[in-house]
Design a protein around this ligand. Sequence first.
Ligand SMILES: *[C@@H]1O[C@H](CO)[C@@H](O)[C@H](O)[C@H]1NC(C)=O
Ligand SMILES: *[C@@H]1O[C@H](CO)[C@@H](O)[C@H](O)[C@H]1NC(C)=O
Ligand SMILES: *[C@@H]1O[C@H](CO)[C@@H](O)[C@H](O)[C@H]1NC(C)=O
Length: 388
Amino acid sequence: MKSQFSKLLVATAMLMFLSVSLAASSSPCKFPAIFNFGDSNSDTGGLSALFGQARLPHGESYFHSPAGRYCDGRLVIDFIANSLELPFLSAYLDSVGSNFTHGANFATAGSTIRPQNTTIRQSGFSPVSLDVQYNEFYDFQPRSQTTRSRGGVFEQLMPKAEDFSRALYAFDIGQNDLTSGLFLNMSITQVKAYVPDVLNQFNSIVKYVYNQGGRYFWIHNTGPIGCLPYVLDRLPIPAAQVDKAGCATPYNKLARFFNRGLKQAVVQLRKELPLAAITYVDVYSAKYSLISQPQKHGFKQPIRACCGHGGKYNFNKHIGCGGKIRVHGKDVLVGKACQDPSLWVNWDGVHFTEAANKRVFDQIVDGSLSDPPTPLKFACHGKQQQTH
Ligand SMILES: *[C@@H]1O[C@H](CO)[C@@H](O)[C@H](O)[C@H]1NC(C)=O
Ligand SMILES: *[C@@H]1O[C@H](CO)[C@@H](O)[C@H](O)[C@H]1NC(C)=O
Ligand SMILES: *[C@@H]1O[C@H](CO)[C@@H](O)[C@H](O)[C@H]1NC(C)=O
């Protein structure tokens, strides 16, 4: 009797222990902040603060005014912040009205991982490459605390010291490292040859952030660049290399080449950063799905730009969305050509519409496109479920 009872006790204790540890590993992470690094895919006002606002109709569908985003509304990072019950991220470079209590956004449109040897006027790429974004973060960490310690309103504008190690560190960058070489007329082979250097520099930055206390990393891979009007228009390819969805296969293959390297880089990082939880998110597949099966996701037009001017793709690199053209001696805004952006995947030839960003977010939030397959809310538990 007694031994049966103690067996039962042991079994109960074991069950309790199991359920406690399961609950621990399956409880949501409660990220208090997000620090984001990236390009226009996640820029919430950085480039606009430096070089002038992204003009209307950017921002029109959701913010009803320019909002520092190259989109008619919200970006994937906005949906991420929202689902973690955090406010939209202020751009670090925006000195007007910013509030960094729940994080900061270092992304700027046109950013690359590697610093470029051209100016933004020459090539359109941002001077705020990933190394610069890291410098900003490195400076922000101690200075935000000095500012916070002044109390009053300052305390309500800066993150708590302990939030840096509990925050989500999000990355969405690399697309411009590919297009920068292509736009300099490099061959795909030449671009592939420098991808390892790009990935090395990416890895270094993730390690620097880890050394500053960052633990939870959410890393987006790069999208199908061969489906974007600004690539299709500028770098035309023979019809035989266009797939059923209307995308340029060689450029998409290049993006996937980069992504394979990025995934390997993440595997390497997990070995080197034992306390990190790193989630690799296959945004490529989410985006390609919208373009190759638009109806499935509720879209009518997968490739043509909603806001732009002329040509096969309603895109002209000299006359962008929100720009002006002269018609019969009058300046006319380059606005929306499409009635309803929520039925279009592409916004301005380079970026997705808010509706498309929402569909991308819906596909990635549950972890089904991630490695490990961890939902966003559990991305601080990456380690236990790692699949190498
Ligand atoms: C810029 O020039 C330096 C020195 O020649 C070179 O090492 C670097 O790779 C170049 N960067 C890019 C993005 O081409
Ligand atoms: C900054 O945002 C936080 C969280 O939304 C809020 O509690 C705080 O009051 C804001 N600060 C100011 C100065 O408005
Ligand atoms: C790339 O090639 C095109 C077409 O030959 C040319 O017009 C353009 O100036 C070249 N661009 C660069 C950066 O060399």
